[in-house]
Design a protein around this ligand. Structure first.
Ligand code: SF4
Length: 231
């Protein structure tokens, strides 16, 4: 399939699958693009998708970006999910340089002095490399998470990384996510119960108090709102 055919297919399927269930979208994605992967951050949306994927087809690759700066609770969530869903394989994707090498090359606490550069090294570059091996990826982004995600389609062509992209939960609300987690008894990051609605690296995530925007705890005090993984 060439680029024009992929663009046309994404537009057509985005319309056709807009009201489909996430499971049906995942099923279609896996059947149409067997060389598919899912990017898992172990956040609430992503544990929902892990549960759905293992029901639809547990054989697809699930990877996570290990920035070296995750909360210990995030890595514990990975282990709890692995025990709950033993058929699923989680692929660890690491940056090209260690935190120590980063400090030597770019200075201490790059996440403070230049968070875009830090995210580029520890998230965007590793993601670019891993996605180059696939023709399609699944993500947990939702439209109401942030204005930057408001126009996300269920099916898109991802120009940034050059592959098809499925966002099965795009139209879900936060309440939909938590209803699914409770109804299906899905393991989740315990930090969500301690005022962390959105969880990234420990250096760049703070607690969010009632009344604040759910993503206010990400890169707090900085204009930055996205890692650079989603446009
Ligand atoms: S979220 Fe913060 S610590 Fe993590 S890669 Fe981005 S800037 Fe660096």
């Amino acid at each position: 399939m060439n680029l024009f055919e992929k663009e046309a297919l994404a537009a057509k399927k985005a319309e056709e699958l807009e009201n489909a269930t996430p499971e049906a979208i995942i099923q279609y994605a896996i059947e149409t693009f067997p060389n598919i992967t899912f990017a898992c951050s172990f956040g609430a949306e992503d544990v929902v998708l892990v549960d759905m994927i293992q029901k639809v087809n547990p054989n697809i690759d699930i990877f996570y970006l290990d920035t070296d700066f995750h909360f210990k609770e995030t890595l514990e969530t990975r282990d709890v999910l692995a025990a709950r869903y033993p058929n699923i394989r989680y692929v660890q994707v690491k940056p090209a340089i260690t935190p120590e090498e980063q400090a030597e090359q770019y200075g201490e606490e790059l996440w403070k002095s230049d968070p875009n550069q830090c995210c580029n090294i520890r998230k965007v570059q590793p993601l670019t490399q891993i996605l180059s091996k696939y023709e399609c990826w699944i993500t947990g982004i939702r439209r109401d998470q942030a204005p930057t995600r408001a126009n996300s389609k269920k099916v898109e062509y991802d120009y940034k990384f050059g592959l098809m992209k499925f966002n099965p939960l795009a139209s879900w609300t936060n309440e939909d996510v938590w209803n699914y987690i409770r109804e299906n008894n899905v393991p989740y990051n315990p930090l969500h119960d301690n005022h962390y609605p959105s969880i990234g690296c420990e250096h760049c995530t703070r607690q969010v108090m009632p009344g604040e925007d759910p993503r206010a705890g990400r890169w707090s005090g900085n204009d930055k709102t996205e890692c650079g993984l989603h446009k």
